[in-house]
Design a protein around this ligand. Structure first.
Ligand code: TYD
Ligand code: MG
Length: 452
């Protein structure tokens, strides 16, 4: 019998070592190095039966390369198309990561049910019956979607040869297992080998492949970073499981920008595309409540109106509490310090709670001004006017700083019927004749004066 070959892999970053050691040199994690059995056969080909002699690639002058746009396969899901940069590219590998239960299987099953092409949905996690039950909840109509429950790549490729699907979906890469590698499913060497086989298959047949990947508790795709290097596109499906909204972002995209964002709403009958997110994220209340302010933010390339809620109350304990949901707590502390120093508010003995509604997290600095306005409003217990909104960053000296693409934000606010938007005086705005009033301010004191 051939000698069993083993090697050591860091389970965190995928670096390979010849010997075991306590700490990984590459990612500095402790106790992540695990021995895995690898046994390379002579040839690991996705289609080992046909020994096609491929012509070696020849160098081409750059202007001889065909640049006619790669035809894209429409996914019939506007949000998914947008995030991919206009549809799936033939022969591409797309990895979809996300926490358990966030809806990865639902999203891809839903897309395969909508597609008019022949799709093969391979699941290593659920039985065909379970998938059928889920499909019935979503949309029972498609007859072109085939379900296979299999984990061995060689068997999957055999089925693919017979079926010749236009699109292959794998749920999930961590459950796959290749005969050429001895170690168990989900280990680094298995994931690497299975992905390599799938890449080879995808490139040779120009079939797009969508992979589902699990993520670890710190939010990385489980297994190796290597996986992310190997595939063409890495998508992340995120959101708070207790809220209905889900956000799809591209972390890496070889065929488009990573700025785009898709928004879905989880319903009883699957995921619904949300094409007008602003209208949903703002709660339409009749009465005016103190502590609420609307921010005109940008998520990727899309303007998004978001509601910020603050609650300022007298601290019960000696040390006041500061807590923020969906917003950076350090930034909240900074804004409170600016308010103390520049606007003379004594917030030192107050508890401050901040919440971004809808369960989403915002990184856009343009939300600062809305945060400040909501804190001021709650502190004074005076509601802001319902049709006011804000888009500016606040600097350490209390100056109101300009934000990128302010005109897009103004137009979105106008579209949604806001009467006034507060922006920085230093923003260059060439919009004319807007129905919305653009209030230019330069200091935090100006905001206090305008609101009181
Ligand atoms: P799932 O796609 O199984 O998550 P993942 O593959 O990312 O682990 O989806 C899980 C949740 O979605 C599940 O808790 C129930 C919910 N769900 C709905 O609310 N409506 C639906 O129509 C479907 C199919 C699922
Ligand atoms: Mg799943």
């Amino acid at each position: 019998m051939a000698k069993v070959k083993t090697t050591f892999f860091c389970q965190n970053c995928g670096t390979q070592f010849a010997k075991w050691q306590g700490q990984c040199n590459a990612c500095k994690e402790w106790n992540t190095i695990v021995e895995e059995v690898i046994q390379k056969p002579e040839k690991s080909d996705w289609k080992s039966s046909t020994s096609s002699v491929k012509r070696a690639s020849v160098p081409l002058r750059i202007n001889e390369i065909d640049t006619t746009n790669e035809p894209r396969l429409d996914t019939f899901d506007a949000e998914f198309n947008r995030v991919l940069g206009g549809g799936m590219v033939p022969g591409s590998l797309t990895l979809l990561g996300g926490e358990p239960g966030i809806g990865k299987s639902t999203l891809l099953l839903q897309i395969s049910l909508k597609l008019p092409y022949k799709t093969l949905y391979v699941s290593g996690e659920e039985s065909q019956k379970q998938i059928k039950m889920r499909a019935e909840r979503i949309n029972p109509e498609n007859s072109n979607c085939y379900i296979l429950t299999e984990t061995k790549t060689q068997n999957i490729f055999k089925q693919i040869e017979d079926l010749e699907p236009d699109i292959v979906i794998i749920d999930s890469i961590q459950t796959l297992h290749s005969d050429y590698i001895e170690s168990s499913s989900g280990s680094i060497s298995q994931i690497k080998e299975c992905t390599a086989e799938l890449i080879k298959f995808a490139k040779e047949t120009a079939t797009p492949v969508l992979l589902i990947g699990h993520i670890t508790k710190d939010g990385n795709i489980a297994g190796p970073k290597i996986l992310e290097h190997m595939v063409d596109t890495v998508l992340q499906f995120e959101g708070d499981r207790n809220h209905v909204f889900r956000i799809l972002r591209a972390h890496k995209n070889r065929f488009g920008s990573t700025n785009e964002l898709g928004i879905y709403e989880m319903q009883g009958s699957g995921l619904r595309e949300v094409s007008n997110p602003s209208e949903i994220l703002i709660s339409k209340k009749e009465e005016e409540l103190s502590g609420n302010a609307i921010a005109a933010t940008l998520e990727g390339m899309r303007p998004l109106m978001i509601e910020v809620q603050a609650l300022v109350s007298t601290a019960v304990y000696g040390t006041p509490q500061r807590s923020a949901t969906g917003f950076n707590a350090k930034r909240l502390n900074m804004l409170l310090a600016i308010l103390e120093k520049r606007a003379g508010f004594r917030l030192g003995a107050k508890d401050v709670f901040l919440n971004i509604t809808g369960g989403i997290t915002v990184d856009d600095p343009a939300i600062d001004l809305a945060v400040v306005a909501s804190i001021l409003s709650s502190n004074e217990d005076v509601p802001l006017q319902k049709d006011f909104c804000f888009a500016a960053e606040v600097g350490l000296s209390g100056e109101i700083r300009p934000v990128q693409r302010v005109e897009q934000r103004i137009l979105e606010a106008e579209k949604l019927g806001f009467s006034t938007i507060f922006v920085s005086k230093y923003n260059k705005i060439s919009l004319k004749n807007t129905a919305i009033k653009v209030q230019l301010i330069s200091k935090i004191e100006d905001l206090v004066a305008e609101l009181s």
